[in-house]
Design a binder for this molecule. Structure first.
Ligand SMILES: [Zn+2]
Length: 475
C-alpha cells in the first residue's frame, strides 16, 4: 500500500513536469511584436479616427437599411474611406438584399381608455389595410405562455407580448428576450391572431419603440407586428389589469419591394510570411432606419477600420493578412455574410481567426475566445499584453457575432474583445441611435483593445488550429 502511494505520487510529479514543459513549448511572441502591441495601444488611446469615421458615416450617409438609397451611399462611403486610409485590395462584393420599407405606423388603445402610443413596425412586417386591424387584445408574457393557452383563445385577437428584457453587460438578456420579436408574429398567426404588438426588446424607459427583424414561417399567415416602448407597455398592462376588455388597433403602411443590390465592402492589410492566412475583422455597414446607426453598427465599422489603419501605420507589417469586411444587410437576414461564405469556394480554411464588432461603441471589458483548446495559452499571452486596459479574462465559449456565425460554424477560431453592453439596448434599433450616444474615450479604449488583440492574433508564432465544436451566435 505504501509502495502504491509512492507510485501515485511519482506519477503525479511526472504529469506536473510534463505539463510544465508543454507550457514552455508554447510559441512565445517576439519582443518586437509585443513592443508593437504597446505602441498600438498607446496610439489607439490618442487617435480620433474612429470617432471621426462614425461622425462622417452618420452625417453624410445616415440611416442605411438594406436596399435603400442610404445603403448604396454607405457602400460608396466605405469604398472611399478604405481607399483614403490606404488599405489594399479595396473592393465591393455584390450582394442581393431584401428591400423592406417601413412606412408609417400607428398603435391605439380603443377601450377601455382610448390612447395612442408611439410605435414602430417590426422589420419585415407586412402592412395593414388603410383602416388598420382592430381587435380585442390578449396579453401573454412570451412564446411559452402563448403555447400554454387553451385552443381557440388566440383566434381573431391581437396578441400583446409583455416580456421585459433584462439589462446585462454581456447582452445575454437580449438573447433570451428576442425570440418573442423574431418568432412571436408567426406563432400568434398560427393560432389565428390578426396582429401582434410587443413590448420593445430594449432596456430604455424613454418613450420610443425598438425595431428589429421578425421572421415569418411559411406555414402561418403573415400578420402585422409592431412594438411599443417600455413605459407604454406598462400603461397597456394597467389597462389589462382593470379587468375590462382591451380593444386595440394597429395601422401600418410597411411593405416589401423588389430585391435590391448592395455590397460587402472589403479592404486588406497584406500579410508577409503567413500572408495566405486571413484574420477577418467583421462589422456591418447597414443599419435600421429610425436612428442613424451610430452605435449599431457605425461604431463597429469605425473600430475595425481604425484598427487596420493603426496596424498599417506600424513600421512592421503583419505576418497574416488582415481583412476588414463591412457586411451588407446584417439586420434583416445577414445577406452579406451568407453571400460571403457561399463565395468562398474552399477558401474558408484560410480564415484562421475572426473578430467581430457589433455591440456598440465601447468600452471593452473582457477578453473571451472560442479557439482550439491548444491555443488557449496564446489567448492568455494576448490577455497579458492587454494588461494596462484592465480587462477581465472571459471563457472559451464566445459566440462571435451574427456576421461571423457562418465562418465560426466551419471551425474558424474567434477572439472576442467584449464590448460593454450595459447601456447598449437603451439605444440599439431606436430613434436614439445617434452620434450623441458615442463616448469618444470609451470608443478609443475599444479601438486599443481590438488593435492589440488583432495584431497579436496576426503575429501568433504558432498556428491557429480549427475549432471542433459547433456553436450558434448569441445575437
Ligand atoms: Zn448590429
Amino acid at each position: 500500500m505504501r509502495t502504491s502511494k509512492i507510485l501515485t505520487l511519482v506519477a503525479a510529479l511526472f504529469t506536473l513536469l510534463a505539463s510544465a514543459s508543454a507550457a514552455d513549448k508554447i510559441p512565445a511572441y517576439s519582443k518586437a511584436d509585443l513592443t508593437a502591441a504597446d505602441k498600438l495601444r498607446e496610439r489607439a488611446l490618442a487617435d480620433p479616427s474612429a470617432y471621426q469615421l462614425i461622425t462622417s458615416l452618420t452625417t453624410e450617409v445616415g440611416p442605411r437599411p438594406a436596399g435603400s438609397a442610404g445603403d448604396k451611399a454607405a457602400v460608396a462611403w466605405a469604398l472611399r474611406e478604405m481607399q483614403r486610409l490606404g488599405f489594399a485590395n479595396v473592393r465591393a462584393m455584390e450582394v442581393v438584399v431584401p428591400h423592406w420599407v417601413r412606412g408609417e405606423a400607428e398603435f391605439s388603445v380603443l377601450s377601455p381608455w382610448p390612447q395612442s402610443m408611439p410605435t414602430l413596425a417590426l422589420g419585415g412586417s407586412v402592412g395593414t389595410p388603410p383602416e388598420g386591424v382592430e381587435a380585442e387584445a390578449l396579453m401573454v408574457k412570451d412564446l411559452e405562455a402563448l403555447k400554454a393557452l387553451p385552443s381557440g383563445a388566440v383566434k381573431d385577437r391581437i396578441v400583446f407580448f409583455d416580456n421585459r428584457m433584462e439589462r446585462t453587460r454581456d447582452g445575454s438578456g437580449y438573447g433570451r428576450a428576442v425570440t418573442v420579436r423574431v418568432s412571436g408574429p408567426s406563432a400568434a398567426a398560427a393560432l389565428g391572431a390578426q396582429g401582434v404588438v410587443i413590448r420593445s426588446i430594449g432596456t430604455s424607459d424613454e418613450r420610443f419603440a425598438h425595431t428589429g427583424a421578425l421572421r415569418y414561417v411559411a406555414e402561418a399567415p403573415r400578420i402585422p407586428a409592431v412594438a411599443i416602448s417600455n413605459p407604454d407597455a406598462d400603461a397597456l398592462v394597467r389597462q389589462f389589469e382593470s379587468g375590462k376588455s382591451v380593444r386595440v388597433r394597429i395601422r401600418s403602411s410597411s411593405r416589401e419591394l423588389a430585391q435590391a443590390n448592395s455590397a460587402n465592402v472589403i479592404g486588406e492589410i497584406a500579410g508577409t510570411d503567413r500572408g495566405s492566412e486571413i484574420v477577418i475583422l467583421a462589422a456591418h455597414l447597414d443599419s435600421w432606419d429610425p436612428g442613424v446607426g451610430a452605435i449599431d453598427d457605425g461604431a463597429g465599422v469605425a473600430i475595425m477600420m481604425t484598427v487596420a489603419k493603426l496596424i498599417n501605420g506600424l513600421d512592421q507589417k503583419p505576418r497574416r493578412t488582415i481583412r476588414v469586411v463591412l457586411f451588407a444587410n446584417e439586420e434583416f437576414g445577414t445577406s452579406g455574410s451568407r453571400a460571403y461564405v457561399e463565395g468562398l469556394h474552399g477558401e474558408a480554411e484560410r480564415h484562421v481567426l475572426g473578430f467581430e464588432a457589433d455591440f456598440g461603441a465601447g468600452p471593452v471589458w473582457r477578453l473571451s475566445s472560442r479557439v482550439n483548446p491548444a491555443q488557449i495559452p496564446a489567448v492568455d499571452q494576448i490577455f497579458r499584453a492587454l494588461g494596462p486596459l484592465k480587462l477581465e479574462r472571459g471563457n472559451n465559449e464566445a459566440g462571435g457575432g451574427a456576421d461571423l456565425d457562418g465562418l465560426a460554424r466551419l471551425g474558424m477560431p474567434i477572439l472576442d474583445p467584449g464590448l460593454d453592453g450595459t447601456r447598449y439596448f437603451d439605444v440599439h434599433h431606436t430613434v436614439n441611435d445617434t452620434l450623441a450616444k458615442v463616448d469618444p474615450a470609451a470608443l478609443r479604449q475599444a479601438v486599443a483593445a481590438f488593435s492589440v488583440s488583432v495584431w497579436l492574433g496576426a503575429q501568433y508564432p504558432g498556428g491557429w488550429e480549427r475549432v471542433a465544436t459547433q456553436k450558434t451566435s448569441r445575437r
